[in-house]
Structure formats: structure tokens, C-alpha cells
Ligand binder design. Structure first.
Ligand code: HEC
Ligand code: HEC
Length: 287
């Protein structure tokens, strides 16, 4: 890990009006995520090339959580996110819309989605648009099933997202940042370093400069999204990456973009690329 300077730590704590504690115990927890005793998930990796001047190692948010929260993710029976995966399978098989088709009518089993979560968001060649899993789902729902678009953070969308993400569990995130993705990646990067809100804090101020530190008794992670969707114990529900962005921007007391906005799509692409090298966790558990 890169050494953190006292200066930027203090700048952040002053801006936040927070007590920074545990500066000495700044490290991510040294532990291994092995699910059900046999599936090893890559939760730390060398930083991707585009980040190598700012950090050496990338860490999943899992390493920054309490022992009992980490333990819940090591056993599918204890992982509350699995309920949403089961519900997603029911939705997958249920017919809807004027075409009276289910996802299964065209895609067969959900295994057909294997690998997708590791490479999205990505730019769709045909339309030139940034597509995350939610966007693909709605494309099928509206153009192929004859139904109304699902809300980006609605229960059916999140259930399907959980199911589809799970098919790539353990696969290494490898989101494209070049070619047609480049302009969106640049846009997302710029957002990541822009200071928002009354606190004038950027994503980087917290998740790059100060990860490992405790603010408001919260152990700051690198803000990676390889674990999404996340089951948040605090909300007793599933949270998507863009929902998390909304929450973080709000915490800087700024007006936020909507979870379906183009801005957050670009940000999602960029943040995903900061995790290139970590594994997809399927549905993770956070506090
Ligand atoms: C009428 C057939 C049809 C139905 C019904 C359908 N899809 Fe699709 N779906 C397609 C086609 C065709 C594509 C684009 C070609 C491809 O990549 O498979 C696609 C692409 C996708 C993709 C992107 C896959 C990739 O690898 O690029 C996702 C995700 C997806 N569909 C999810 C769903 C979900 C979830 C449902 C049910 C809510 C659904 N689809 C219903 C036909 C369908
Ligand atoms: C004022 C500090 C602060 C700022 C600024 C901030 N966050 Fe966060 N963020 C947090 C805290 C605290 C958490 C919860 C603990 C953790 O996982 O780091 C969090 C969690 C996250 C997580 C969840 C990580 C996981 O594994 O569960 C993501 C993703 C994230 N932030 C992304 C962002 C992005 C993108 C931005 C910029 C738009 C941002 N954050 C701005 C403080 C901040």
C-alpha cells in the first residue's frame, strides 16, 4: 500500500468535521474469502496499470468489514443476498409482457449469462451506448418482451441483477477502457476526481487518499464495485453500485445524479475498471 500523508488525512477530516481514529491500524484486514470452503475469491490484486501511480494493490471492500460481516459472505447459507438470487430465478422463468415470454424462453438457463458481470459496463457496438446489466435487461424487457421497463432499482431488476451477477462469481473483472469505451472512461475518471458538495470532497479524497482509515467509526474501503450488488445489513436489502454512488455523493452534501443517469453510467464504467483484477463476488455482504 502507498503511504498516506498526514496532510491529506487531516484535510479530509477537517472537511468532514470528523474524528479520524485508528490511523495506525490503517490496513485492510488480512484474510481470505473462501466461500463454502472451496470457492476462493480474489479479493486483493496488483493495481491495474492505469492506477499504478496512485496505488500498488487493489482490495475488495470485503477486507474492510468486521469479522462477522466477512463471515456471512463465506457461507451461502448465511449470505442474505442469496434470497434475491433465488427470487431472480423465479423471475427469470416467469412470462411477462405482450409477447408472453420469459427470459428463459430465449436465453435458456441463467448460466447463459456467465461472464457478463465481469466485463460490464461496456460499450455496445451496435448503439455506441454504455450498457450495464440493468440496461441489457431493460432492452430485452421493452424491445423483446413487450413490457414496461423495470425501474433501475426496483425489486424485479435487483433480483435479476443478483441472479446474473452470481453466474460470474469468481471470474476476474476485466472491463474494457480503450476503443469505444475511452471517452466514457475519461468522463467517469474526471467525475471521480471532481470535488462535490459543501464538503468539497471527491471520490478519490475518500477512497484513494484515505482508504483504510476510520471515519465516523466506518472503515473506509477503496470503494470498489466488484462485490455489487451488495446486501447491506443496515438497509436489510440489496444495493446496486449506482445506488451506492448516490449515497456517497449525498454524504458530501451535494445534489446527486440519478441512478439511471448517463453520468453515473460513465462513473460506473470507470469505477469498475479500478477493480480490474479483482473477482466478481456475485452478491456480497456489507454493513
Ligand atoms: C425474445 C427473446 C428474448 C427474451 C424474451 C429475452 N432476451 Fe435477453 N437477449 C435476447 C437477444 C437476441 C439478445 C442479444 C443477443 C445476445 O447477446 O444474446 C439478448 C441479450 C441479453 C443480455 C446481454 C447478454 C450479453 O451477453 O450481451 C442480457 C443480460 C439479457 N438479454 C437479459 C435478459 C433477461 C433478464 C430477460 C428476461 C427479463 C431477457 N433477456 C429476455 C433475446 C431475449
Ligand atoms: C466523505 C467520504 C466519501 C466520499 C467523498 C465518497 N465515499 Fe464512497 N464510501 C464512503 C464510506 C464511509 C463508505 C462505507 C465504507 C466503505 O466501504 O468504504 C463508502 C462506500 C462506498 C462503496 C461501497 C464499497 C463496497 O465494497 O461495499 C462504493 C462503491 C463507493 N463508496 C463509491 C464511491 C464513489 C464512486 C464516490 C464518488 C462519487 C464516493 N464513494 C465518494 C465514503 C465516501
Amino acid at each position: 500500500m502507498q503511504p498516506r500523508t498526514i496532510r491529506n488525512v487531516l484535510a479530509a477530516s477537517v472537511a468532514l468535521g470528523l474524528a479520524v481514529t485508528g490511523m495506525a491500524s490503517a490496513d485492510p484486514v488480512d484474510d481470505e474469502l473462501i466461500i463454502d470452503g472451496d470457492l476462493k475469491i480474489v479479493t486483493q490484486a496488483p493495481a491495474p496499470e492505469h492506477l499504478q501511480d496512485v496505488m500498488d494493490t487493489i482490495w475488495s471492500g470485503w477486507h474492510f468489514r468486521e469479522d462477522d460481516t466477512r463471515a456471512m459472505q463465506m457461507d451461502d447459507f448465511d449470505n442474505p443476498g442469496m434470497i434475491f438470487v433465488d427470487r431472480g430465478l423465479d423471475r427469470w422463468n416467469a412470462s411477462m409482457g405482450t409477447e408472453d415470454k420469459s427470459c428463459a424462453s430465449c436465453h435458456e438457463g441463467p448460466e447463459s449469462m456467465k461472464g457478463l458481470r465481469a466485463v460490464t459496463p461496456r460499450v455496445d457496438e451496435a448503439t455506441g451506448k454504455v450498457m450495464s446489466i440493468e440496461d441489457y435487461v431493460n432492452d430485452c424487457v421493452t424491445t423483446r418482451m413487450g413490457a414496461e421497463a423495470l425501474g433501475m432499482t426496483s425489486a424485479p431488476m435487483k433480483d435479476l441483477l443478483a441472479l446474473i451477477s452470481m453466474q460470474s462469481r469468481g471470474e476476474i473483472v476485466n472491463v474494457a477502457i480503450d476503443g469505444p469505451a475511452a471517452p466514457f472512461w475519461e468522463q467517469g475518471k474526471e467525475m471521480y476526481y471532481t470535488r462535490y458538495g459543501q464538503l468539497e470532497m471527491s471520490c478519490a479524497n475518500c477512497h484513494e487518499d484515505n482508504y483504510g482509515l476510520n471515519i465516523r467509526s466506518d472503515h473506509l474501503s477503496q470503494g470498489q464495485i466488484n462485490g455489487f450488488p451488495v446486501y447491506r445489513l443496515k438497509d436489510a436489502g440489496l444495493v446496486t453500485a449506482r445506488q451506492r454512488f448516490v449515497g456517497c455523493v449525498r454524504d458530501t452534501r451535494a445534489e446527486t445524479f440519478g441512478s439511471g443517469s448517463d453520468e453515473f453510467k460513465a462513473l460506473e464504467l470507470y469505477v469498475a475498471s479500478r477493480g480490474n483484477g479483482l473477482a466478481v463476488e456475485g452478491v456480497s455482504v456489507r454493513h
